[in-house]
Design a protein around this ligand. Structure first.
Ligand SMILES: [Ca+2]
Ligand SMILES: [Ca+2]
Length: 271
């Protein structure tokens, strides 16, 4: 049998730029991304709140159900790091407390489950139950009476209880480039066991990240010329004979005769 007769009459299909759902890794634009962190220091001599900001760097990996008209977004993982933050709490004649936050990072804990949310027609999205791990060291020290009360304490943020967060933002796909503007809330508190001083952290990581729309997978285009045509059949036969990766049309990791009917199916599906 001439195998080409098997597929005779199938129109050649040009691979459209629509991508199948697959993850896209976006780079954080440090010039547009920052962490804002407020520290409330609750001491027997009163509570005070100070804030500071620093640039943020890192990556975020997302997946859109449709890179042309997304209706769902999955946050696969993310990892952001910031520069040091510093705080001065002025207790007037009672002295001064200084705090610094170093080694700050915000990201998905190891083994986190990707979380999915909906995207509306204008690209606005919310994703709930995003697992979050905040790490970093907050060092606190002081002078005068307040310094004596607060003492010198170190809070390791990674030891505090970590709760899943709701992440919101805006997604835009233009000319093959994805731009995500995302707000990650930060909320945590810790108590120094020796002094009873309560340190509460509140803030957010505001991230603008960009990256290319992932390359589409087009398994039927075995010869990789960007077109799905009957010549891909002979290319598939060649891949079958040599056991090349392109032979595997059903994605089971093996090159077997069943991949022939899978190729026909992929051919008919186009790209
Ligand atoms: Ca081809
Ligand atoms: Ca296979």
């Amino acid at each position: 049998m001439n195998p080409k007769t098997t597929i005779a009459g199938l129109a050649a299909a040009v691979c459209a730029p629509t991508a199948l759902a697959q993850p896209a890794t976006l780079d954080v634009d440090e010039s547009q991304s920052s962490i804002f962190l407020e520290i409330e220091l609750d001491t027997p001599l009163g509570a005070q709140t100070e804030d500071d900001t620093a640039a943020l760097d890192g990556t975020i990996t997302i997946e859109l159900d449709d890179y042309d008209n997304p209706t769902a977004i999955t946050i696969v993982d993310y990892s952001f790091t910031s520069g040091a933050l510093s705080y001065v709490f002025d207790y007037s004649f009672l002295g001064t407390v200084t705090a610094s936050a170093t080694g700050l990072s915000l990201g998905s804990p190891a083994g986190a489950t990707p979380a999915t949310g909906t995207v509306d027609g204008s690209g606005v999205f919310t994703v709930d139950n995003v697992e979050s791990a905040v790490t970093g060291i907050v060092d606190i020290g002081g002078t005068g009476t307040i310094g004596g009360i607060v003492g010198s304490s170190t809070i390791d943020l990674s030891t505090l209880e970590q709760q899943p967060i709701s992440v919101s933002g805006m997604i835009d796909v233009t000319s093959g480039t994805i731009t995500a503007s995302v707000d990650f809330p930060i909320s945590n508190s810790g108590t120094d066991p020796d002094t009873g001083v309560v340190v509460t952290l509140t803030g957010s990581a505001t991230v603008v990240a960009t990256g290319p729309v992932p390359e589409e997978e087009c398994p039927a285009d075995v010869n990789g010329d960007g077109l799905v045509t009957p010549t891909d059949f002979s290319a598939w036969v060649g891949a079958f004979n040599t056991g090349a990766p392109e032979c595997d049309q059903n994605g089971d990791g093996m090159c077997t005769p069943t991949d022939f009917s899978a190729w026909v199916g992929n051919y008919n599906a186009g790209c």
